[in-house]
Design a protein around this ligand. Sequence first.
Ligand code: ADP
Ligand code: NA
Length: 297
Amino acid sequence: MKPIVVVGSSNTDLVANVERLPGEGETVMGTSMSKFAGGKGANQAVAAVRTGAKVAFVGAVGTDAFGDETVQAFEEDGLDLRFLKRTEEAPSGTALICVDQNGRNQIVVVPGANGLVGTEQIDSVDFSEFGIAVFQHEIPHEAVWHGLKKAHAAGCITILNPAPAAEVPAEILTMLDYLVPNEHELKIISEKGGSFEEMVEEMLSKGVKNLIVTLGAEGAACFSRDGNVAVPAPDVAVKDTVGAGDCFVGVFAASLYKGCDLEQSLRYAAAGASLSVTKVGAQASYVGWDEIEILAA
Ligand code: ADP
Ligand code: NA
């Protein structure tokens, strides 16, 4: 299989732990502070490359210190960065997150450079170099739709994780080999709504080849005209579910790249994602193929 290309966002997540969340105009003292590499696109690319797959990341970061750190971490993970843009026009994407003692949070995301990924940058990518193309919704939608059209025309297996939840144009749905929402995102994408079965049928009737719904602790299920496959999530001690869905998508793409069939790929994806919830952070919690194989067996 030709390499994977992931087109999407990269963020630096700054997490402050507080006893209680501040009200309007109020200052509260934090008890600790951590910095994590995040952003849905980067998370999925890193989850895939850590399994040993060949992965290129198409996105943008600023020329600031967060951008430098992000690029250095990407290089250490072995991502192909030929299509990564460094821009002086915006800061690197940043998420400011406050978490209180009960796990409640307040989040501000500043897209920064992610908002500058445009169709010209997508045009610099030769999608025929790649076997699998992965997209999410955290960069401008016109860039996502443009990229999906080009990837589909070039014969890539196309994967869209429609997060954050937003509608997907009907024309794009017909170009998707895999649409991978969680249950919440499925409700937003569905025009008709109704029962879970009705929403699945709506997606398939609109031309989605395979609909994979991730179900948190319940695992994941894939629906297609060829039949349905469900896999359980391995039973694990949950610490932090941030980035679990991204890990699922990245490991799923990597499993296809490695030649696994659909059911195996779902198993590996669920195993990788379930391992990621046992550790704090998104990318910080993504492991290699050996560990995933043990849990998936
Ligand atoms: P998202 O993070 O996008 O909301 P989900 O919550 O559906 O996505 O989780 C994605 C995957 O992460 C699941 O399919 C499962 O493999 C794993 N996962 C998530 N939550 C848990 C959990 N509580 N226990 C075990 N695995 C989990
Ligand atoms: Na985690």
